[in-house]
Design a binder for this molecule. Structure first.
Ligand code: ZN
Ligand code: ZN
Length: 425
């Protein structure tokens, strides 16, 4: 079999040939037809999740055909098309499992995080955690449903009956949730990185009542909002946009720190909740609904060997709108930073824009007028290189760009050590 393997976080995946594995008791071997790339895969590759196993084959939005079944597997015959999602197994005996909250299981296994996933030609899965899928559908169009769709669905259920819904971060999950909201007759408002016209255009094409930057307020108060972007500063932004009694749901597995905020944003019985993982019931409910209403993901196919490029493109602003070239420097110089032991993001040429994280570094020059909070959809630490302005064009290449906010520390382009933990990695 072939697989793209992560041997060390912060590094590229490596192509490998391996022996085709045999399924153990209760397991099936699935020949992968398609595996979608999720934001969580970036967290895995960047080492941003706790207890990351390596080496690991990432990928948890898998669609494939069952080739072989281990002993004790009933009801899934070879030849069946199945989906394999993030939740790979649970203990069945902990308090959460007994309370029908298996998504919170104390010793759950996760596809592409704690056991090998779908960036491969074959994958082994627990037969009790795969979902039967229609044999006649396009596997490429089914794959994004397995996480973006399922997590989006769980967020939507957590949101309740809100009529005017805000979606912060209009990517894979949001564009599927938007289709459910439209089908249900609810209005959605799409918030993107300021200036991300392509994602806003995608949102409008899917029927958004309004689309704009996350620094703007919607034309009407929201009844609720879902935050898909892993950016903590969106929490106060979303709370400020929902009416009294409204709920804000955080749908990501990882988020940058939430800045302190005035209590009035939460007051008025506003609620802030998170959604973690998924249950098999979420999967069954959503996949049934998706088939009924014909949810259509927008996809860009890549070959397995191009998994690193697919991950790079996913990082890019506007990736969902089909343009991956507007990340400063293009995908060839992605701002991947190996985290230091304390978790502070750093990189040889990336300078964190958050002044609290880089104390003592003077800020000078025209970039001074910008603040990290001005661009809430750009995670702190994932700032463009110094030398690019905040609007207009790239000075050196004359290329139009849209998104940058950064500080240019005086006379420094490089930070050798993490200012928090002192690591020089
Ligand atoms: Zn459990
Ligand atoms: Zn995912």
């Amino acid at each position: 079999m072939q697989a793209m393997v992560l041997h060390r976080t912060g590094r590229d995946l490596r192509f490998e040939e391996r022996d085709i594995p045999s399924p153990g008791p209760g397991e099936v071997r699935v020949r992968v037809e398609a595996c979608a790339v999720c934001r969580t895969d970036l967290h895995v590759v960047d080492g941003e999740l706790p207890d990351q196993r390596v080496p690991i084959v990432p990928g948890h939005e898998i669609v494939g055909i069952v080739e072989a079944a281990g002993s004790g597997v009933a009801g899934i015959a070879p030849g069946t098309r199945v989906g394999v999602a993030w939740l790979a197994g649970t203990c069945g005996v902990c308090a959460y499992c007994r309370e029908d909250r298996e998504n919170l299981c104390e010793s759950a296994a996760f596809t592409g995080h704690t056991r090998d996933g779908g960036f491969a030609s074959h994958v082994i899965a627990d037969a009790a955690y795969v979902f039967p899928l229609p044999p006649d559908a396009d596997p490429v169009k089914l794959a994004p449903l397995m996480c973006a769709g399922l997590i989006g669905w769980r967020c939507l259920r957590a949101l309740g009956a809100a009529r005017n819904v805000g979606l912060y971060g209009f990517g894979a999950a949001a564009h599927l949730v938007a289709q459910v909201l439209r089908w249900e007759g609810r209005a959605f408002h799409a918030f993107t990185r300021p200036g991300d016209e392509q994602s806003q255009a995608l949102a409008r094409s899917l029927g958004a009542a309004w689309a704009g930057g996350s620094d703007a307020l919607p034309p009407v108060p929201l009844d609720g909002a879902i935050i898909f972007a892993p950016v903590g500063s969106l929490v106060p932004a979303a709370l400020g946009a929902v009416r009294k009694g409204g709920r804000v749901v955080c749908g990501g597995i990882h988020m940058s720190d939430i800045p302190s905020m005035p209590y009035r944003l939460l007051w008025g019985e506003r609620e802030l909740v998170s959604v973690a993982n998924l249950t098999r019931r979420d999967g069954r409910e959503f996949l049934e609904l998706a088939g009924r209403i014909g949810i259509a993901p927008k996809t860009t196919p890549y070959a397995l060997r191009d998994a690193n490029r697919a991950l790079d493109d996913l990082r890019s602003p506007g990736a969902m709108a089909g343009n991956s070239s507007n990340w400063p420097g293009g995908s060839a110089s992605r701002p991947r930073r190996p985290p230091t032991p304390c978790g502070t993001p750093t990189a040889r040429w990336t300078i964190c824009a958050h002044p609290a994280r880089w104390p003592g570094i003077p800020r000078t020059g025209r970039a001074d007028r910008h603040r990290a909070q001005d661009d809430p959809l750009r995670p702190a630490g994932r700032q463009p290189r110094a030398g690019r302005s905040a609007a207009g064009t790239d000075r050196r290449r004359g290329r139009p760009r849209s998104l940058t906010v950064f500080f240019a520390p005086a006379g420094r382009r490089r930070i050798a050590a993490c200012p928090t933990c002192g690591s020089r990695r």
